[in-house]
Design a protein. Structure first.
Length: 119
């Protein structure tokens, strides 16, 4: 038997997106010395909005839209990865993930409290 709420589903998607964001940041950091590499990223808020809209309509959210990031300063070798930017993005992704885990834990605790309410 599976016990889930709508909020659990949304928090699961939130965690998936935070994880995707961290993976993109890790890929950018891993390619910091790759000539010609262009920084990639995603719009977290837009992806979360898309996921919630899809959930409301009873549809799957679909894949995350990954794009190259414009407006960054490229080095002479064409690489535009900035460690400062990536460090900030990684910190944001970690904070989002930890927040999502804490909220999901609270939601499951509510379900468990309801199950054990008779005791």
């Amino acid at each position: 038997m599976q016990i889930e709420t709508r909020l659990c589903d949304e928090l699961n998607r939130y965690l998936d997106l935070a994880s995707s964001e961290a993976k993109l940041t890790a890929a950018n950091i891993a390619n910091i010395d790759t000539p010609g590499y262009r920084t990639v990223g995603m719009d977290f808020e837009a992806e979360m909005r898309k996921a919630m809209t899809a959930t409301d309509a009873g549809e799957a959210a679909g894949p995350v839209r990954v794009e190259t990031v414009d407006g960054l300063i490229a080095r002479p070798d064409g690489n535009n990865v900035s460690m400062d930017r990536e460090g900030l993005n990684l910190a944001e992704a970690q904070l989002r993930f930890r927040t999502g885990v804490a909220l999901l834990r609270l939601e499951y605790q509510k379900v468990m409290d309801a199950i054990h309410a008779d005791k």
